[in-house]
Design a protein around this ligand. Structure first.
Ligand SMILES: [Zn+2]
Ligand SMILES: [Zn+2]
Length: 119
């Protein structure tokens, strides 16, 4: 899989430049909104915003290359929870990030099957 430079993002035009919102590649949850940045090219500007602010809020999966938030990251193995599911049921839906209870088999919000190993 192609290595991605940043998490999924959206740009917001601002008087002083462009702000960037970065989203978790797995849950789609908003990770951070940066202050305005200006760059010589759109690509340079994006990377600047990512390096200065965005990146600190995300974890890089060493297997699939996704950028994910803390709750979607298995820090023991440095992989996202899609590549390395928790052994216990996670507290959050992997699709939408909705909080779930231990008895749930499906996410109450998006209805996706909750995957985890064991038991
Ligand atoms: Zn992964
Ligand atoms: Zn869900």
């Amino acid at each position: 899989m192609k290595r991605r430079l940043t998490a999924h993002y959206e740009m917001i035009a601002d008087n002083e430049g462009n702000r960037y919102q970065f989203f978790c590649d797995l849950s789609g949850a908003l990770g951070c909104t940066t202050k305005p940045f200006r760059g010589d090219t759109p690509e340079k500007e994006l990377l600047l915003a990512w390096e200065k602010e965005g990146r600190a809020e995300f974890n890089h999966c060493h297997r699939c290359g996704k950028w994910v938030s803390d709750v979607m990251y298995n820090a023991d193995v440095l992989e996202c929870v899609e590549c390395a599911p928790w052994e216990e049921q996670p507290e959050y839906c992997l699709q939408c990030g909705h909080k779930i209870s231990p008895s749930d088999k499906h996410c109450p919000r998006c209805g996706s099957a909750l995957k985890y190993e064991g038991r």
